[in-house]
Design a protein around this ligand. Structure first.
Ligand code: CP
Ligand code: NVA
Length: 297
């Protein structure tokens, strides 16, 4: 059976936890210099319709570490939807590669691609979801805090793609998540178990994990000024962090806009784990590829 990973919720709760545990094991193997070429001879095609640093590096280097090959197909070359239809590009790539990762402007395009694909499709960020990020995030929380069940996470900011996937990953692993956002910026996902509040101070008090993301995501640049006004008062700064548990960690998927959603000193503080998160993208992406692509012939 072909397994896609377009949303965290495509994995069962057990599969999400297993993926996190395997990512931690793959990281330990890599650090010990004994990684196994689990995906030897496999190929991953990557399509980026938006910029990327971490996702690009983690999939390409991750595939190399597992013995496979990653190919970056320039969105401007294939011009999916213009030069050639999404279903046709999908069926062609299926005849060459073993897996495909897409960073797309529109989630429905990723779904349309997956619909016609006979190889596993991974969502490397869409307007609604960022599932690969969420696996790396919960992996990081587990590394720093131990077993996930019962931990309290507070997400402060836009109820966006990162927030949606984080909610799904928290729900799968037993982390209790509260979202603090201005009115009109609540998560728009269907379902999900989370609380919404409009006062970040209330939400952060007693949290084990404080998470934020940019107020203006890629593709929303025209709304920047309005969003700066609407999110005023939602910056994670050291005063706000003092309300969380004294051993709370600060998380951000990066890139960060210092002085907007987070202050410079919080990013650079001892509580900040943002670069561990970035590193863990590598191992989380390997675990995802092994989970859905390891057995494809
Ligand atoms: N966090 C994240 O996805 O980073 P990139 O956009 O650089 O890939
Ligand atoms: N919400 C951000 C995440 C970037 C990794 C965006 O979509 O631009």
């Amino acid at each position: 059976m072909i397994r896609d990973f377009l949303k965290v919720s495509e994995f069962s709760d057990n599969e999400v936890q297993a993926c996190i545990d395997n990512a931690i094991a793959l990281k330990a193997d890599q650090k010990a210099g004994k990684s196994t070429p689990i995906l030897q001879g496999k190929t991953l095609v990557m399509i980026f319709e938006k910029p990327s640093t971490r996702t690009r590096l983690s999939f390409e280097i991750g595939m190399f570490q597992l013995g496979g090959l990653a190919i970056d197909l320039k969105a401007s070359d294939i011009q999916m939807g213009t030069r050639e239809t999404i279903p046709d590009v999908s069926r062609v790539i299926s005849r060459y590669a073993d897996m495909v990762m897409i960073r797309s402007n529109r989630h429905e395009d990723v779904e349309a691609f997956a619909d016609q694909s006979s190889i596993p499709v991974i969502n490397g960020l869409s307007d609604t979801d960022h599932p690969c990020q969420a696996i790396a995030d919960l992996m990081t929380v587990q590394e720093k805090k131990g077993p996930l069940k019962g931990l309290k996470m507070t997400y402060v900011g836009d109820g966006n793609n990162v927030c949606h996937s984080l909610i799904e990953a928290c729900n799968a692993t037993g982390v209790i998540i509260t979202v603090a956002c201005p009115e009109g910026y609540e998560p728009t996902m269907e379902g999900g178990d989370y609380a919404v509040v409009h006062n970040p101070k209330d939400a952060i008090t007693g949290a084990d994990v404080v998470y934020t993301d940019v107020w203006t995501s890629m593709g929303q640049e025209e709304e920047t000024q309005k969003r700066l006004r609407d999110f005023s008062g939602y910056e994670i700064n050291s005063d706000l962090m003092k309300l969380a548990k004294s051993d709370a960690i600060f998380m951000h998927c990066l890139p960060a806009h210092r002085g907007e959603e987070v202050s410079h000193d919080v990013v650079e503080s001892d509580q900040s784990v943002v670069f561990d998160q970035a590193e863990n993208r590598l191992h989380a992406q390997k675990a995802i590829m092994v989970a859905i692509g390891g057995s494809h012939v």
